[in-house]
Design a protein around this ligand. Structure first.
Ligand SMILES: Cc1cc2nc3c(=O)[nH]c(=O)nc-3n(C[C@H](O)[C@H](O)[C@H](O)COP(=O)(O)OP(=O)(O)OC[C@H]3O[C@@H](n4cnc5c(N)ncnc54)[C@H](O)[C@@H]3O)c2cc1C
Length: 289
């Protein structure tokens, strides 16, 4: 049963809060134009062995001379050998990361933030609605669900991107389908080679049959998409307590000191990034029906 908005708070090892710890880039997987996944391993094997995270949490990734960026962890939380970060090259730090090679090191602080409520969702249907680079923070939740598939009801992933070439992790969809995840993909613009759905995620969300009494909705992606997904979910009578949203804001400290990521009374780095929607509702401009 989904209980409260703070159930997903995760105890964080305080040694990791302020000081970056060095991690080596062991592999780089190009994903889509301008996005690659960096596979990291702490240079200290003891640190690597001790590191753990929950699906939905993020690290602060540090490049000396450039600074830090908050990046979600996109790898399997049960695989303690490597930490995966899918990074879009948008600005100062991420462009510096794009110039790094296998064998180079970055600093890591974390894990930070709240996580997807994978435990509370047991016994429920799960509807994941995400867009663009909103899929990486949800991938660890998918891995968790797949590993514990018998504990969940119907699981649907509705994922949208601008074009087919902007879809992340396409080589994994078949294995997710084999694990009885209903993977539904849509693009904003299709070309002659695209035979799938066309249209934005909230539009297709409207087309799915869901039982609002037993469905948890998880959403992450562009804020405009999130707003409309929530709007549609509420319109389908999914209670705000069963809707979970991961938010992004410009972040600096990652641990609730600097206030850069404040939303109403919350610090997104510390009280989020994953929120139960009833906690956000007063500050998030989506009317309940
Ligand atoms: C909890 C969390 C998880 C994140 N996970 C990922 C991830 O998995 N992969 C990834 O590529 N990025 C992720 N981001 C976004 C990433 O932290 C920002 O894009 C970051 O600013 C990049 O640093 P930069 O120095 O390269 O860009 P900057 O030089 O800081 O900024 C580049 C541009 O992006 C804008 N910007 C900065 N931060 C944000 C933001 N959070 N939302 C919207 N616009 C912003 C700036 O105003 C500027 O216009 C996440 C952010 C948060 C808060």
């Amino acid at each position: 049963m989904i209980t409260s908005s703070t159930d997903q708070s995760v105890e964080t090892n305080t040694n990791h809060l302020l000081e970056p710890h060095w991690a080596e880039i062991t592999a780089i997987t190009p994903e889509i134009e301008g996005v690659s996944t960096y596979w990291l391993k702490f240079t200290d094997p003891l640190e690597q062995a001790a590191y753990s995270f929950q699906p939905g949490q993020f690290n602060m990734v540090y490049v000396p001379g450039f600074g830090e960026a908050a990046i979600s962890i996109c790898s399997d939380s049960q695989d303690r050998s490597l930490i995966g970060h899918s990074i879009r090259f948008v600005g100062n730090v991420t462009h510096a990361i794009s110039r790094l090679k296998v064998g180079d090191v970055v600093g890591l602080r974390g894990p930070f933030g709240t996580s997807w409520p994978v435990k509370q969702m047991e016994g429920k249907d799960v509807f994941i609605a995400c867009g663009g680079i909103g899929l990486p923070p949800l991938r660890p939740a998918l891995y968790h669900i797949i590993r514990n598939r018998e504990k969940y009801g119907k699981v649907t992933l509705l994922y949208g991107a601008r074009t087919a070439s902007d879809l992340m992790y396409t080589n994994e969809y078949d294995s997710w389908r084999e694990a009885n995840i209903d993977v539904q993909v849509t693009v904003d613009r299709g070309d002659s080679s695209w035979n799938g759905r066309i249209g934005v995620v909230p539009m297709w969300f409207y087309n799915f049959r869901i039982d609002p009494r037993k469905t948890a909705v998880l959403t992450c992606g562009p804020e405009i998409m999130i707003r409309f997904v929530i709007f549609e979910a509420l319109a389908r009578r999914v209670p705000p307590e069963s809707i979970y949203v991961s938010l992004e804001r410009n972040m600096k400290c990652g641990q609730g000191s600097c206030g850069h990521c404040q939303l109403g009374p919350y610090f997104i780095c510390k009280d989020g990034p994953v929120f139960r929607f009833d906690a956000l509702q007063p500050f998030f401009n989506v009317e309940e029906f």
